[in-house]
Every structure is written in structure tokens, then in C-alpha cells.
Design a protein around this ligand. Structure first.
Ligand code: SF4
Ligand code: SF4
Length: 338
């Protein structure tokens, strides 16, 4: 078995399903007959135009079925408003982008549940996180295919397998923890006084005030971001600012915690196609910064992202996102034994 496989494009015609099929033929499926296999991918934000078409997911689904296993596709809900914050909206966006059970031949699910609360805390011993909160998917699949679109990203510099395992598996609260140091700030005009933030707060920092609006005691708050992630009306300010290096490290810690759960039963595939400045969360104009290359397959997320970076070239991402310390993802991964 080759540790890493690169299938270069051999035809100019999209979608490049033949190339993906040839790559899959060279990969060893760590699944047994009857296994449930989750295919993790990003089906694109509403109005994004650079997402990968569903033809590739269908090809992966067929490959999983050929091994006698039962595939399903999954993604998680996101923090910001748009077409993927609520589970039902995200499924609608998936369908609009062609990711339907009818086309794919397998179900499409939201891994953190229809209310965003199907999550689990994984204990870690890292510098930034003593635990990370991700979708509670681990008992629902026996194996995984991590299918990632390799392209640019404004905060991470690039996004590939590490980011797909990290932001892609994270609960909304964990997404907020990675993006910023947390301090809930109320937008009173948006608050519908539903009490969700008070209910979910694990420390009692969130309480109702006399005016019926919630207050947050920052001395008691542990910055878990549950309130921000689960507020149904986006009445709590989302903080996007964080130190750029710390952000890379937090991404890696979350990915490493997920990897501990799925290592040995997972195949990773990166699509080096539609290599755009920004990720598939980006609505509207998103320039292409490098020609299509092909598909990379591997069995470790660091290995596959390093190889993808080698093929595309560091300068592509350094030019698109000058000053972003994306190399820290690789060096930090080694430091923590990922
Ligand atoms: S961030 Fe967590 S601890 Fe702080 S107020 Fe919100 S739910 Fe409570
Ligand atoms: S969850 Fe949001 S809308 Fe509901 S009370 Fe808290 S801040 Fe207000």
C-alpha cells in the first residue's frame, strides 16, 4: 500500500471523475462489509461558486459501497448567518448544490444534530484546549472518508484536511473558541429573551437581569462559547479576532483530538481543484489562484496537506494571504505529536 497517492489530471474536462476513480482504485479502504462510513465534506455556502460539485462525493459513495459498506455524507452547522447556520438551511443549501440522496445514493446528515446540540467533549492535554467540543458522530460511523477541497483561507492561509477535521467537525461553540477569546456581548435589540443562553451556560455566568435581558458575568464566564453558538437569534456578538499564530495552533489541536478518535479507520482525499483565494464559505467573487492539479489520497491529515502544499506551491498561498503563519500548522502538529 502506498502511503500517499497523487492522481494528476489527464483530461481538461470537468468534473474529473475518471481521475478520482483511478485514485480510489489505488487506495486501501479500511472498511469491512457492513460498516457505516461517514464521508465528511463541505458542500459550499449559499451563493458560493467555488465548491466542489457532488459528482466526486457520488464517486466516493460508490467506492464505499463497492467495499460492502454503507456510506453517508455529513457536515456541521456554522457560526455565521447564511445558508448553513441552521441544520435545515444547510440541508437546503446542500440540495441546491446537488448534494441530494437521490444523486449521491446515500443519506446527507448534519452531524451536530438538527438543533446543534448533538456534540461531545473530547478530553485533550494541549496548551489551548483541555477539551474540544465536536459533533457526536463517532458512534454513528465505523469508518470515515475525509474529502477536502484544498484552497486558500483568509485566517488559516490554506484549508485542506486539517481544517476539514477541525472546523469541519467542531460544534458551533468550538468554532467560536478557535476564532477568538470569548466574551459574550449582547446585542439587546436582537435578543428575544428565549433563555437558551442561560439554560446552556455551564457556570451560571449567564443570568436574566431585572429587565428580562440576559447578563454575563465575565468573572465567572469560562469562555466556552455555548451561549454564542446556540443563541437562536444571533443576539450575541461573534468575535472573529484572534492572534494569527494562536488560531493555527487551535485549529491543529482540534484536528488532533478528532484524529485520535478516527485514526486507523479513515482515508483522506484532497481535491486540488478550483484552488481559490478563499474557502467554500465565501459567497460571491473568489478568484482562482492556481490551475487545477488533481487528487491526493493518504492516511494521515498532516501528510496529505504537506503533499498538497508541495504540489501547489507555498508561494500560491503566501501571495494570496501575505503574513499568515500557516506553516505553524505543520510545526505545531509535530510539537504535539499529531
Ligand atoms: S461563554 Fe460559556 S460560560 Fe461564558 S456566559 Fe457563555 S455559556 Fe456561560
Ligand atoms: S439565547 Fe440569545 S436570544 Fe435567547 S436570551 Fe440569550 S441572547 Fe437572548
Amino acid at each position: 500500500m502506498e502511503e500517499i497517492v497523487f492522481e494528476r489530471l489527464s483530461s481538461p474536462h470537468r468534473p474529473y471523475v475518471g481521475e478520482l476513480r483511478r485514485l480510489l482504485e489505488k487506495m486501501e479502504a479500511p472498511f469491512r462489509r457492513g460498516d457505516r462510513v461517514g464521508i465528511k465534506l463541505h458542500w459550499g455556502e449559499r451563493e458560493n461558486r467555488s465548491f466542489l460539485p457532488p459528482d466526486y462525493a457520488r464517486e466516493i459513495s460508490l467506492w464505499v459501497k463497492a467495499a460492502g459498506a454503507f456510506p453517508f455524507l455529513f457536515d456541521t452547522t456554522v457560526l455565521y448567518s447564511g445558508g448553513r447556520r441552521k441544520a435545515e438551511d444547510s440541508l437546503q443549501t446542500a440540495a441546491e448544490h446537488g448534494y441530494t440522496e437521490g444523486f449521491l445514493g446515500c443519506p446527507v446528515v448534519i452531524a451536530d444534530g438538527m438543533d446543534g446540540r448533538s456534540v461531545v467533549d473530547l478530553q485533550t492535554d494541549y496548551s489551548h484546549f483541555s477539551s474540544v467540543q465536536v459533533a457526536d458522530i463517532f458512534d454513528r460511523a465505523d469508518g470515515y472518508v475525509i474529502f477536502s477541497h484544498f484552497k486558500g483561507h483568509m485566517e488559516a492561509g490554506f484549508g485542506g484536511a486539517i481544517k476539514n477535521l477541525s472546523m469541519g467537525f467542531a460544534s458551533r461553540a468550538q468554532k467560536q473558541r478557535m476564532h477568538a477569546d470569548i466574551r459574550p456581548l449582547l446585542k439587546p435589540g436582537k435578543c428575544i429573551k428565549c433563555g437558551v443562553c442561560v439554560d446552556v451556560c455551564p457556570t451560571g455566568a449567564a443570568q436574566f437581569g431585572e429587565d428580562g435581558l440576559p447578563t454575563y458575568d465575565h468573572d465567572v464566564c469560562i469562555g466556552c462559547a455555548q451561549c454564542i453558538g446556540l443563541c437562536p437569534n444571533m443576539a450575541l456578538k461573534i468575535e472573529w479576532e484572534t492572534d494569527a499564530t494562536v488560531f493555527q495552533e487551535k485549529l491543529v489541536e482540534t484536528a488532533a483530538a478528532v484524529w485520535r478518535k478516527i485514526e486507523g479507520r479513515t482515508v483522506l482525499i484532497n481535491a486540488l481543484l478550483n484552488i481559490t483565494t478563499e474557502c467554500d464559505c465565501w459567497p460571491g467573487d473568489n478568484p482562482t489562484i492556481h490551475p487545477d492539479q488533481g487528487f491526493v489520497g493518504a492516511y494521515h491529515p498532516i501528510r496529505i496537506d504537506e503533499e498538497s502544499m508541495r504540489i501547489v506551491g507555498e508561494e500560491t498561498f503566501d501571495s494570496a494571504h501575505p503574513g499568515i503563519p500557516w506553516k505553524r500548522q505543520f510545526s505545531y502538529a509535530r510539537e504535539i505529536g499529531f
